[in-house]
Ligand binder design. Structure first.
Ligand code: SF4
Ligand code: SF4
Length: 753
């Protein structure tokens, strides 16, 4: 808790006609002994200013430094003073730059209007109280285990194991089969992985296997499974089930590289799979090729997701069996399990994999027989990046014919051959192609779809939480944080994460391994991993007040909290991502962080000067802005010349999930006229950096609305908005609309009480 705070203003970044000397006097006068130093520097980032602050710290015994100027997102690494709490007040972006007069006009740059002075004074006072209510987080460092556990001994797992070992980490690799190599071992050839990217070649999986087997740093368990994973990053206990019994191994982090499994072939039935002879999946065709068993000289590779007539098979399949999915690829790729028919048709990644696999296997037919013929029929041929070269080479290949087409029917001729009736091809309608074999894309799903694989010994259960849309794929924020799962310390790579080819899986393995190592190092230092990398704080529990309601354990998006038999939460700091969702959930205000807590934000709200008469002094609105997207979006809007009402006061929050209803109550009882909550997008296609935070907030808001209703306060005085960082330009309009609504409603009925 800061008890002696030096407050410093940066003239160079604020300006705006503000009389900063007078503001410094006002702040110093209000807070007295708490702020023994209040100074204005021409340039805060200057060495002279820094030296003077260091001198003040020594002479005045300051334990807190409050810097008022540009956004804390700017020059954040410039302002560190050892042993002293440092905080920033954003007077540039969210003060002078974004200010506009209530009538919409811009202020005279030479003379700050009264409302701008009121605005910045509020912000500085809020900054002082925030620092006053902050203590230095001490982290929870512990010298942990640095060993990496790799699950899966296929292409991705072998790459991950080798890379972790190269980085100096001991590795334990667990493979369910008797031999290493996984599905790559069953491939005759791979689509080209290196220059000139025109010809198929051997996968090279044997080299990867040999590298792992020859590495003394890597212990391999085959015919093994992870029976249980307990503990937390840096201190996991992995119970490995072996033929000889169970073995416990201490590991620091896990790379999940268990690949994919074939999907139910039900979706292929309309194409004759299971009813017609010689209709096979791409995976089955690969197996034939690998074993030298291709006997078909004329083969049709069909990439269409549905028959043109009479009905759309997936529409029915999806309606009846929502966990089923389309079938794109062969042995190297996975297709997400989807429920929505439109998604079935337009899965770009799985389509890309189906496409290049068909190109590869068409080549097998031409290689196997002189005069072999391969027909690739598609509704969309999707080839990504460098694989375009392979596509072009295949176009020139004698014996390969490809065309956009609608498939009307596939029927068996009397001689056992197959007739494929196509429509809307590049050469005309109603074309019938007679072939010996039809190859359909293999529908495949992640290995985690039907088996928890990791078997977490966590309060929230053994499996990864997954998304409804992509059932079975370990869920995390795929936009910002690839590899992460919703279980800190476990990083997914390869087809267990999303459909991909061998080259992408190789990159994935390296990325996930780096993440695992970063996690181990962070756990050892007692800091958060992502997205609040380096944060030393973690949730603290005042158990005296805990009613064992279990809301915190149930709502934590990352399964970080376990509980005892009575329901008392048991924190696992290294699993925690410091989002504060538990703090927002707790009705008893049991949970806090050293540098972020209920009292702190409540006190900031109470520092806002609310004029008793809205008609004279204008309304006041608090914006609780998520620090991940909404807060930077506001900064970006200001930097790009956007302006908003001088009546709003912005408070950054870690995530809307951390917003406790008591803050809204604090605001309402203070006479604040409205509360805007700006957070990330939620739903299956979420962008929320803490996965569920903004969604949970939405749910809690409905409860708040009920409470407000009971109190006779219009519930729409508290609104939540979804904001992505690139939507900065729409934010001023959103604020404007909200302010107009508040002006129309009139004052908060609690104003003045
Ligand atoms: S809700 Fe967030 S802050 Fe709380 S324990 Fe879980 S990860 Fe940590
Ligand atoms: S939400 Fe609060 S009261 Fe409920 S179990 Fe968690 S800490 Fe205890």
């Amino acid at each position: 808790m800061a008890t002696k705070i030096g407050v410093y203003f940066d003239q160079s970044s604020i300006g705006g006609g503000l009389d900063l000397e007078s503001l410094a006097d006002t702040v110093g006068g209000k807070w007295g002994d708490l702020t023994p130093v209040c100074k204005v520097f021409p340039v805060l980032a200057d060495k002279k200013a820094r030296d003077e602050i260091i001198a003040d710290i020594e002479e005045e015994g300051l334990d807190g430094v409050l810097l008022c100027g540009a956004s804390p997102r700017v020059d954040w690494d410039l302002y560190e003073f050892e042993g002293v709490l440092v905080d920033r007040v954003n007077l540039r972006e969210q003060g002078v730059l974004s200010y506009k007069n209530p009538d919409g006009s811009l202020p005279d740059p030479e003379a700050a209007p009264q409302l701008l002075e009121a605005l910045v004074t509020d912000y500085v006072n809020m900054g002082v109280v925030r620092l006053q209510k902050t203590t230095a987080p001490d982290g929870s460092p512990s010298e942990g285990v640095r060993r990496v556990l790799v699950l899966g001994g296929g292409w991705t797992g072998l790459t991950a194991a080798t890379n972790a070992s190269l980085a100096g980490h001991e590795v334990v690799l667990v493979e369910k089969d008797e031999v290493l190599g996984g599905r790559a071992l069953g491939l005759l050839k791979t689509v080209p992985l290196s220059h000139p990217y025109t010809d198929v070649h051997d996968t090279g999986i044997e080299k990867k296997i040999a590298a792992v087997q020859g590495d003394a740093n890597i212990t391999v368990y085959t015919k093994a499974k992870l029976a249980k994973l307990s503990g937390q990053p840096g201190d996991f206990t992995a119970t490995i089930a072996l033929a000889s019994g169970e073995q416990e191994v201490k590991v620091g982090a896990v790379v999940l590289a268990t690949g994919w499994q074939p999907q139910d072939t039900k979706v292929l039935e309309p194409f004759g799979y299971g009813s017609l002879q010689n209709v096979v999946t791409a995976a089955e065709f690969e197996k034939l090729a690998k074993n030298g068993g291709i006997t078909a000289r004329r083969v049709a590779f069909i990439l269409n997701t549905a028959l043109a007539e009479p009905a759309d098979p997936y529409a029915e399949v999806c309606a009846e069996a929502p966990a089923e999915a389309p079938a794109p690829a062969e042995g190297e790729a996975a297709a997400p399990v989807v429920k929505d028919h439109e998604s079935v048709r337009h899965l770009p990644i799985s389509n890309a994999i189906s496409s290049v696999v068909a190109l590869k296997q068409a080549g097998y037919v031409c290689d196997a027989f002189e005069g072999g013929q391969a027909f690739i029929l598609y509704d969309s041929m999707v080839v990504q990046g460098i694989h375009e070269r392979f596509y072009k080479a295949a176009q020139d290949r004698l014996g390969v014919m490809m065309s956009k087409a609608e498939i009307r029917s596939i029927t068996q001729a009397a001689d056992g051959s197959l007739n494929v009736l196509c429509d809307k091809t590049l050469i005309g309608d109603d074309i019938e192609i007679n072939v010996d074999m039809v190859v359909l894309p293999t529908g495949i799903v992640p290995a985690t779809a039907k088996d928890p694989i990791v078997n977490f010994d966590y309060r929230q259960g053994p499996a990864f939480p997954d998304l409804e849309l992509f059932e079975g794929y370990a869920d995390s924020n795929y936009i910002c944080f690839p590899y992460e799962t919703r279980r800190t310390g476990v990083y997914a790579a390869g087809c267990v994460r999303q459909p991909m080819m061998l080259d992408a899986a190789e990159e994935d393995a390296v990325g996930a391994t780096m993440k695992a190592i970063q996690c181990i190092e962070s756990a050892n230092r007692g800091v958060a991993v992502h997205p609040r990398s380096g944060d030393l704080s973690y949730p603290l529990f005042n158990f005296v007040r805990c009613t064992q309601c279990k809301r915190c354990t149930e709502e934590c998006p990352f399964g970080a909290l376990d509980d005892d038999e009575k329901g008392t939460p048991k924190p696992n700091p290294a699993r925690c991502r410091r989002c504060g969702t538990c703090m927002g959930a707790c009705p008893e205000r049991v949970i806090s962080f050293a540098n972020y807590n209920i009292d702190q934000i409540g006190s900031m709200i109470r520092e806002i000067n609310v004029p008793p008469d809205m008609k004279k002094g204008g309304p006041r609105v608090v914006i609780l802005a998520c620090e991940n997207d909404a807060y930077p979006a506001l900064d970006m809007a200001a930097l790009r010349g956007k302006h908003w009402s001088p009546y709003v006061r912005i408070i950054p929050v870690r995530c809307l999930g951390s917003v406790n209803a008591i803050w809204v109550a604090d605001a309402m009882s203070k006479g604040i006229d409205g509360v805007m909550m700006l957070g990330c997008k939620y739903g299956d296609d979420y962008q929320c950096h803490f996965v569920k935070g903004s969604e949970i907030c939405k749910r809690r808001k409905e409860n708040i609305a009920e409470t407000l209703n009971r109190l006779g306060v219009e519930p729409d005085r508290v609104e939540q908005y979804e904001v992505a960082i690139d939507e900065y330009d729409k934010l001023p309009g959103v604020i404007e609309d909200f302010m107009n609504m508040i002006l129309e409603k009139g004052p908060n009925p609690f104003k003045g009480y």
